[in-house]
Design a protein around this ligand. Structure first.
Ligand code: KG4
Ligand code: ZN
Length: 342
């Protein structure tokens, strides 16, 4: 017997994108609307939480309307409403959670709360219909850097994490230091193409006793020290070389840890997730290393790497199928851990 088709309206508002999507059976994206606030936050050099919450409130209704209309579906066609409830900025999360609860109540739909990072991992299911657990996933976003074994849908084991800055955070901080502005990742990615990745040798941190953990504060400090010492000596700085050399140091660590972890845990398949997974140098280095090690590699298109609601709909589908339902007491959990459930 054919399984019933499941349509999920998904909402994401954990940081600075107000997003809604309609996803069919977890893998088919019927619409994916993203209203970015980046331009508003750029002049402050980073996300201002108060502004983010206010803008989410202003835009969320329209974004949801557009998601339904672009999908050619009505609320009454939906089987569930899904929403990111953590981790993220508490005020920003609350807007999406309150909206999803109101819709669930008014339209009598089941409510499924989704972990933001599990959403990022699930972005890998959208474009490759055959991609299934188990696999190893490198999660690299603005707030998180994790190596995770995805044992099954919704079943995660963290085997590596950052001890300080997240990978995306280090891109953003270095970009600010060399005057590129926010968000730094895409700007460093672009500028690095014109630079020499071997011009300056920045450190690659290894953590004793934790082979798959990361640390990025050392490389960030090394870049800042380099910039200061050039300024003291009144030497001109080649920003493209700094960007390329910094990026190379981060990429090398991410790739080598991932390939080593795949070998140690006997994983033949590797995926990437999160905003930094759209970095062109990381994608090409990971492709090369996985090819050499005989590992199958998957990463989402850039639009599904950075924050979006389609990935929340993909994760929600597998939670929904397992019977996960949240009550109208669902709350935002700003520091929600991977695998943790409210
Ligand atoms: O996943 P995401 O959109 O939001 C979080 O959940 O944090 O990730 C945003 C992060 C930012 O730090 C941004 O600078 C970084 O991803 N990023 C990149 C690139 N595109 C976005 N980092 C490096 N290269 C890129 N092309
Ligand atoms: Zn994210």
């Amino acid at each position: 017997m054919e399984e019933k088709e499941i349509y999920i309206l998904a909402i994401e508002s954990s940081c600075d994108e107000t997003a809604a999507a309609v996803v069919k059976n977890g893998r088919e994206v019927l619409s994916n609307i993203i209203s970015s606030q980046i331009a508003l936050h750029t002049k402050y050099g980073g996300v201002v939480p108060e502004i983010a919450s206010r803008k989410h409130m202003e835009r969320i209704n329209q974004v949801i309307k557009e998601a339904l209309s672009e999908a050619g579906r009505k609320l009454s066609d939906m089987d569930a409403v899904a929403v990111t409830y953590g981790p993220g900025l508490v005020g920003a999360l609350l807007v999406g959670v309150a909206e999803a609860k109101a819709i669930a109540y008014a339209a009598k739909l089941p409510l499924v709360g989704v972990h933001h990072i599990e959403g990022h991992v699930s972005a890998n299911y959208i474009e490759n219909k055959d991609w299934e657990p188990p696999f190893l996933c490198l999660i690299v976003s603005g707030g998180h850097t994790h190596l995770v074994l995805v044992k099954d849908y919704g079943e995660y084991e963290i085997i590596g994490r950052t001890h300080d800055d997240a990978a995306g955070e280090s891109f953003d901080k270095v970009a600010r230091a060399i005057g590129l502005g926010y968000p730094g990742g895409p700007k460093i990615d672009r500028l690095a193409k014109e630079g020499n990745p071997r011009a300056i040798s920045f450190p690659r941190a290894h953590i004793d006793g934790a082979a798959f953990d990361f640390s990025f504060s050392g490389v960030k400090s090394a870049v800042l020290n380099y910039l200061n010492s050039c300024a003291m000596k009144q030497e001109e700085i080649n920003r493209a070389d700094v960007a390329a050399s910094f990026q190379e140091a981060v990429v090398e660590v991410l790739v080598s840890r991932t390939v080593d972890a795949a070998e140690k845990y006997g994983m033949k398949r590797v995926a990437m997730a999160g905003g930094v997974a759209s970095n062109s140098a990381l994608r090409s280095a990971m492709k090369q290393a996985c090819g050499k090690a005989g590992l199958e590699l998957m990463y989402p298109s850039p639009v599904y790497c950075t924050d979006n609601a389609a990935m929340i709909g993909a994760a929600a589908y597998y939670e929904y199928k397992k019977g996960v339902r949240h009550g109208l007491d669902l709350n935002a959990v700003p520091n929600l851990m991977i695998g943790q459930r409210q």
